[in-house]
Ligand binder design. Sequence first.
Ligand SMILES: [Zn+2]
Length: 176
Amino acid sequence: MADKQFIIRLNGLEVGNHLYEFKVTDSFFETRDYSDIQGANVKVSVELLKQNSVINLTFTISGTLHVLCDRCVKPYDVEIDSVEKMHLRFGDPDEPHAEDVFVLPHGENELDISSPLFEFITLALPARLVPCEEDKNFKCDFETLNKLNDISVDEPEQKPENTTWDKLKNINFNNN
Ligand SMILES: [Zn+2]
């Protein structure tokens, strides 16, 4: 699904440098099911250098992503700041080509950057989102955390016998 906002027109594009500005907001993530990102206020500058059959793009991505704490699901904002490059050339997309080159069919007159942009933004996000470990002023939502802990504590008690703990006790006993 092409998002019209993230289209770069290629027909009539002259050889040389071109600069594009994009804004990524909450709606960018609403249409994508599989994302930890709840929303965003991110500025994207795309520097495009067109040579004869090759186009090089440099994405400068900076702003705020709205995410949830991995531990207690409390919403918070994380700053991102990253630069990513993308290489394009015109040709036959079915022919073998270098992995980091994106091949556009001859005569293609627009480039939809929304998918690579989504990938770049996702890459810019830290792997673990636990703000209380990095920011002393951020306190996890203890109420939710306690509820989550209660659920995980209740569960083993319902198991009748032969829990891992029982097995460990047996091992110790045999060794003595
Ligand atoms: Zn938390």
